[in-house]
Design a protein around this ligand. Structure first.
Ligand code: SAM
Length: 192
């Protein structure tokens, strides 16, 4: 199963109307569209991308589907926006989705960078609801992608030591080019 399909299946099983969800890397808006559909007009989706082209593409996609009402757009670094959201609404996000790398068909120099990604992921751990889902897909085939994925693997290990439940879907490190890898994290369960 493709990792994007796995992410979408998990979101469909998890999100409910009225929920708050975050797309940390809007790109062309495919993930934002699904999040907006699942949370419905009573919910809220914060949609983040550093590039105007990505915000425009996502806005158009949601407008065409009639989902603008529940969408809030942020053209900024996800590390900055997630830190602000975590301060405003700690523990409120039912799902946060990262799909790392660069906007397909655009300038590959504008791509996610490990230090921003880790900072955004740390803020996400504060923003996520106790039963929330944090999903991170990293692409290892482009320059810098494998190093970014390595940093996330180390970070995920640190979260696991803190009690987070981590599922990692890695089709294999022996393939050329290296395939994408997905982590799904859920917060530590608090004892009843
Ligand atoms: C692979 S694309 C996302 C694809 C998207 N999920 C979709 O459904 O089309 C990665 C996106 O991350 C964005 N990006 C790169 N660095 C970023 C940062 N520091 N903060 C927010 N977005 C960033 C890029 O502009 C690009 O649009």
């Amino acid at each position: 199963m493709r990792l994007t399909q796995r992410v979408h299946d998990q979101l469909k099983a998890h999100l409910r109307p009225g929920d708050f969800a975050v797309d940390a890397t809007a790109g062309n808006g495919h993930d934002s569209l699904l999040l907006a559909e699942l949370v419905g007009s009573s919910g809220r989706v914060s949609i983040i991308d550093v590039q105007a082209a990505a915000i425009d593409a996502t806005q158009k996609r949601l407008h065409a589907a009639g989902y603008l009402e529940q969408a809030q757009f942020h053209q900024d670094n996800h590390a900055t926006v997630l830190a602000a959201l975590a301060k405003q609404s700690p523990g409120k996000a039912s799902a946060i989705v990262f799909n790392l790398g660069y906007l397909p068909g655009s300038d590959k120099l504008v791509q996610t960078k490990a230090h921003h990604t880790l900072s955004a992921l740390n803020a996400s751990t504060q923003l996520l609801a106790p039963n929330g889902l944090l999903m991170v897909t990293a692409y290892r085939g482009h320059s810098g992608g494998a190093d970014e994925a390595e940093s996330i693997a180390t970070w995920a290990g640190e979260q696991e030591a803190l009690g987070w439940v981590i599922k990692c879907y890695d089709p294999g490190c022996d393939k050329v080019p290296l395939p994408p890898v997905l982590w799904i994290l859920t917060p530590p369960t608090t004892a009843p």
